[in-house]
Design a protein around this ligand. Structure first.
Ligand code: SF4
Length: 269
């Protein structure tokens, strides 16, 4: 039978640094493609970065200098995973069939297997785009060959689950977690596009839903309340709300940490 293929931007074993499972050793599968571009992170409100296009121009001028992903500069503004969606960098991501992905995981996870203490994180880009059709095959193989029990989908919360994927999630017996990171105005995406309670409401039928907001200012943290209320009004069954200081690089991150921590303590997030 022909195997499914996924365009993979990165596949690596590390420690979860965010949200409910912070500290859990996890394999990260970063799929290619996103429905957003989030051009305003780290910019004065209303402005949009052109950094990914500038990096693309550098690559175009000196392709020999940027042969691998590791040769590319970090983005300090906008989306920090521009490689996972910007068309100029699509060649850095490669199609992998299910068996190649499974073998890659076996070779990178030291024990060669998953457990309640070693999770799979499917991230992006936006991992709930069309790749949904490939996950049942992959997850079944991982259950059978590597003892997979816990999967987190890190999503921006705008993609409907397909009927086929919903049927699979309903019966798969895995612990499913949706780590939903809705994009607030600091991202540059519009509220109506980014805040989709009707869609996220469905996720809660198939797994645990947490929210994770990237915030950069007092206005930003107030927007978190507005978004959480919008989800509550719709009856979204979420478990926890996590706040994450904006900062693609360490300097920005440190600047925001204290004020975000204060807000989280005050509001019980
Ligand atoms: S939703 Fe995430 S991956 Fe997509 S552009 Fe925004 S920050 Fe980047």
């Amino acid at each position: 039978m022909k195997e499914h293929k996924i365009k993979v931007t990165e596949a690596f074993y590390s420690v979860q640094g965010e949200g409910r499972h912070v500290g859990v050793p996890s394999f990260f599968l970063r799929t290619y493609g996103c429905n957003f571009t989030c051009p305003s992170f780290g910019m004065t409100h209303g402005e949009k970065t052109t950094q990914p296009d500038e990096i693309a121009a550098l690559v175009f001028q000196s392709p020999d200098k940027y042969k691998t992903m590791a040769d590319l500069p970090l983005a300090t503004k906008g989306c920090d995973t521009y490689l996972s969606w910007h068309p100029a960098f699509k060649e850095y991501s490669k199609f992998m069939v299910t068996s190649e992905i499974v073998e890659d995981m076996k070779s990178k996870i030291p024990s060669g297997k998953y457990s309640a203490d070693v999770h799979l994180v499917v991230t992006g880009g936006e991992p709930l785009l069309g790749w949904q059709r490939t996950y049942p095959e992959l997850l079944e193989r991982l259950k059978a060959e590597m003892g997979l029990t816990h999967v987190t989908f890190e999503t921006n919360g705008t993609q409907r689950l397909s009927d086929t994927f919903k049927s699979y999630l309903h019966t798969c017996g895995l612990n499913i977690h949706f780590s939903v990171s809705p994009k607030l105005s600091a991202s540059g995406e519009s509220w109506d596009d980014a805040i989709q309670p009707k869609i996220v409401c469905e996720y809660a039928y198939y797994g645990i839903v947490d929210f994770k907001f990237v915030v950069d200012s007092i206005e930003g943290v107030q927007e978190v309340d507005r978004a959480v209320n919008a989800y509550k009004l719709y009856g979204v069954g979420y478990t926890s709300v996590y706040l994450m200081p904006e900062g693609g690089i360490n300097e920005g991150y440190q600047t925001n940490t204290r004020k975000v921590a204060d807000f989280a303590m005050k509001h019980g997030y």
